[in-house]
Unconditional design. Sequence first.
Length: 348
Amino acid sequence: MIKTYGYAAPDFQTNPQPFDFEHRTPGVHDVHIEIEFCGICHSDIHQARNEWGGSLYPMVPGHEIVGTVKAVGSSVTKFKVGDKAAIGCMVDSCRSCENCSAGEEQYCTNPGMVGTYNARDKQGNLTFGGYASDIVCDENYVLKVPEGLDLAATAPLLCAGITTYSPLRHWGAGEGKKVGIVGLGGLGHMGLKFSHAFGAKTILFTTSASKIEDGKKLGADEVVLTREENWHEPHAGSFDFILDCVSAEHDINPYLRLLKRDGVYCTVGLPEDPFKVAGFSIIGRKYMTGSMIGGIRETQEMLDFCAEKGIVSDIEMTSFEKLDEAWQRVVKADVKYRFVLDCRELRK
Ligand code: NAP
Ligand code: ZN
Ligand code: ZN
């Protein structure tokens, strides 16, 4: 077994506390990674606090994981000791359903992907995530970190990156398209970078006046402050695609009205409560959909794209000692634009 030092939420009311546990002894297809950095995703907080229901404890959050390969099983071909490697939101899936066969393992139907944490693996054991010193994972669910990327700033690509890259690609964000990104947090700032890099005219919608200048630097052609009255009027009926990256309850009807005929509103944000949609907001033949992370092949494609274009996340390093404060600031939308934990300190 692999002795592991981490942080776990013991229940829905308590933030993660020091927690020692064991990962399985690596099997022939497994990679053992010493974790160096792990991003803090808002989903960590939603799940630790049981905001989506069904949470499993103790919960070691973290699914934006990068580190160094410490050992590999005898059948592993993609990795060798010393390689930089990464793990995102899933560590397994059935590998045979229609979606797994299509390389969209995140949509596995049999019975579903195995989450990196807050899930049970095929043996029924709880999975433990990246707020920890080590992780063991089948090589098929491990990504290669291309050379030249800053490792700490690469961690958030494993969730915030792929979650915005995938829908922007799927719905064809690119030249000649007008794309809206709603909410400038971890996901939103990656959405801005990708939409801009794909060549789309990109508009940011934010509730934070303090983020207007950053929004432009991160790739927005225009920033709309949604706290102002009638903020939506100049853009009515003009968007091809809107990606909503907001973590909390908000009115999505104005965004639906900003779409062109056949325009698509896609949420990746997962507020606790259901959305309320007026029929009048969508009868202009508008589409409303959602998207969840991305498959392993596309996640590798995204990492390679980032290496080619020099794209990483804008991060603020933090430590386990300051985890409570970091989570509090995430909830207050006060992070520019992703916290990253230094997991190396856990091995000292
Ligand atoms: P985050 O860093 O906390 O960013 C959320 C942003 O939402 C904030 O920065 C803020 O942007 C905006 N916001 C917050 N409260 C708001 C409110 N009351 N009204 C309007 N806007 C508000 O969160 P994140 O890590 O990017 O995650 C965003 C959401 O995506 C979370 O719900 C998370 O669980 C979900 N998620 C989904 C997937 C998926 O696969 N679909 C993957 C990862 C995360 P402004 O300050 O600019 O307004
Ligand atoms: Zn996430
Ligand atoms: Zn499957």
